[in-house]
Design a protein around this ligand. Structure first.
Ligand code: FES
Length: 321
């Protein structure tokens, strides 16, 4: 996987508990282009790789910007960024990838929970620039936690922004926006935030007539964090290039088994949310555990498996490696 070396150019607070980090390319090269919804892998240390949505301007070829909330249940990424990373540090990042692109539509509903505002804000700015109608709902615990308040305050001609505080039990379950209660035929919803927030938003949306196909979301945390011990009895994985066969026991992932056998597997998040390890399936039945692929992709004729977390329902799974 191609990587880029960047330097931390600046760090600043974006509302209580959020830190904005601006990277510039080392050696004054320009950075690859990206579109709203894209994210990068940030190699904080060789063993600590995290995914963050880009939230700067896609037209800025000199800089990438991310924003990270201090997360008390952090698995290390947000803690490292808040406590250790400093201006001038050099880091490796991946090229931008986008599993959360805007599809063509006449009207967009954008819903953010907390730091989930990062891809949602870039979408709003893109839609404004493209003269497309949108409504943005941004849920925060308290108004002090609002990130990018200056950018949100600009005079949008094509969209509206509503910030909803969730203190005193006013979570999305009780404050589901009226504007989302009567979905138009052409409306699409783009949703980003903590998993529990998105679960409620999707549940309420479906109750109010939204169809699954019109709701697009990006998980900030994995739905399942680990496949420590799977309930299956293990299976075999076969490589189509060499016909080698490896046993995958119930306490190891396919990626772990392959790496132990010196097979090069491109892994990053290791929790099924970045797509780095997606590999084409030649035959066999997949037990999908990732959150990076849509339900449609998981049911498509051409199947891809996330080697870091997904498993097999069949005794043997042949993959294109
Ligand atoms: S390494 Fe990220 S999905 Fe597998």
């Amino acid at each position: 996987m191609e990587k880029i070396t960047v330097i931390v150019k600046s760090m600043s607070l974006q509302g209580d508990g959020n830190i904005e980090v601006v990277f510039k390319a080392k050696d004054k090269v320009t950075l690859p282009s990206w579109e709203a919804g894209a994210h990068i892998d940030v190699y904080l240390t060789p063993m600590l790789i995290r995914q963050y949505s880009l939230v700067g301007s896609p037209s800025d070829e000199q800089h990438y910007t991310i924003c990270v909330k201090r997360d008390k249940s952090s698995r290390g990424g947000s803690q490292f960024i808040h406590d250790t990373l400093r201006v001038g540090h050099e880091l490796t990042i991946s090229l931008p990838r986008n599993h959360f692109q805007l599809a063509p539509s006449d009207e967009y509903c954008l819903v953010a929970g907390g730091i989930g505002i990062t891809p949602i804000l870039t979408m709003a700015e893109y839609l404004e620039q493209s003269q497309k109608k949108f409504k943005l709902f941004y849920y925060v615990k308290t108004i002090e936690q609002v990130a990018f308040s200056e950018r949100l305050k600009r005079d949008f001609q094509y969209g509206t922004i509503e910030i909803i505080e969730t203190v005193q039990g006013k979570g999305i379950r009780n404050t589901f926006p009226n504007a989302l209660k009567q979905p138009q035929k052409e409306s699409q919803m783009y949703l980003c935030g903590p998993q529990a927030f998105m679960d409620v938003c999707i549940e309420k949306s479906i109750q109010h007539g939204w169809s699954n196909e019109k709701i697009f979301f990006e998980a900030f945390a994995p739905v399942k964090t680990n496949i420590a011990v799977s309930s299956d009895d293990g299976f075999q994985v076969r490589l189509s290039s060499t016909r080698e066969v490896f046993d995958v026991p119930n306490d190891k992932t396919i990626a772990t088994v392959l790496i132990e056998n010196n097979i090069n597997v491109p892994i990053s998040c290791e929790i099924g949310m970045c797509g780095a390890c997606l590999t084409q399936v030649v035959c066999g039945e997949v037990d999908h555990q990732d959150t990076v692929q849509s339900d449609e992709e998981k049911q498509a004729d051409e199947q891809y498996i996330a080697l870091c977390c997904s498993r097999a329902k069949s005794a043997v799974l042949e993959i294109n490696l």
